[in-house]
Design a protein around this ligand. Structure first.
Ligand SMILES: Nc1ncnc2c1ncn2[C@@H]1O[C@H](COP(=O)(O)OP(=O)(O)OP(=O)(O)O)[C@@H](O)[C@H]1O
Length: 217
């Protein structure tokens, strides 16, 4: 099976703090929905940030989409191909309205305004979120923001999704809807989630991050 993402022997410490990752290996194959579990503070979000180059390991190899990634330029491409949905939607939503937030990525990739708005309409319709299109982003509820954040990432048409606690703040209905959406999306994904029921429904494989290393569950 070809790997979309392959991290080998990753070591990482925040400056002045003890190591978080201590030889972590993780591999995502095409069509996989890989769930990552681990205690609070075990380094799951850190690992996602390393995949897209927002943090750099002190040791180890990051291979993504067939190439080793080292420099910022390499990671610009990774960030386009791998959409990261942050744990906190406020880290991701910054435009006045939902439509503008969703159009921002496609416009940045060189789409025309018309093309970007067509993508916005399509993704909103696919997620059944069209009613949010002209809403003021910062006035959405926590759960609504989470769904909109996923929409902003899908608007970039990524090949891989990296989702950090995607069911946080979602009520039962929206969690069920998100589960269905994720099950039908074609993208391979790495999903960090403490939600056992949700994992059971979406995971094709689950690994545990403990003591800085990835282990089978
Ligand atoms: N900017 C930072 N500076 C110093 N330490 C940090 C920083 N960000 C995170 N940490 C620490 O690094 C460790 C790993 O954090 P990380 O957010 O990756 O864990 P996590 O497994 O995602 O946790 P959770 O399940 O609570 O979301 C934690 O001990 C955290 O306190």
């Amino acid at each position: 099976m070809t790997s979309l993402i392959e991290l080998t022997d990753i070591h990482f410490a925040y400056p002045g703090y003890p190591p978080v990752l201590n030889g972590a290996d993780i591999r995502l194959g095409s069509k996989e929905r890989l769930c990552v579990v681990g205690h609070n503070g075990s380094g799951k979000s850190t690992l996602l940030r390393i995949i897209v180059g927002l943090l750099r390991p002190s040791r180890g190899r990051v291979v993504a989409f067939g190439r080793e990634r080292r420099a910022e330029d390499d990671f610009l491409e990774v960030r386009r191909l791998a959409g990261l949905v942050f744990q906190d939607p406020d880290d991701q939503l910054f435009c006045p309205t939902v439509a503008e937030d969703m159009a921002f990525g496609p416009l940045n990739l060189g789409k025309t305004r018309e093309e970007a708005m067509a993508i916005v309409d399509r993704v909103l319709a696919e997620l059944d979120l069209t009613r949010f299109k002209d809403r003021v982003t910062h006035k959405l509820s926590g759960g609504e923001k989470r769904l909109v954040t996923l929409a902003t990432v899908l608007a970039m048409e990524p090949e891989v999704l990296l989702l950090d606690e995607p069911t946080n703040a979602l009520d039962e209905d929206n969690e069920a809807r998100l589960t269905e959406i994720l099950r039908t999306l074609p993208q391979a994904m790495i999903v960090v989630s403490h939600d056992a029921q949700f994992r059971e429904r979406i995971a094709s494989r689950t690994v545990r991050l403990a003591e800085g290393q990835i282990r089978p569950t």
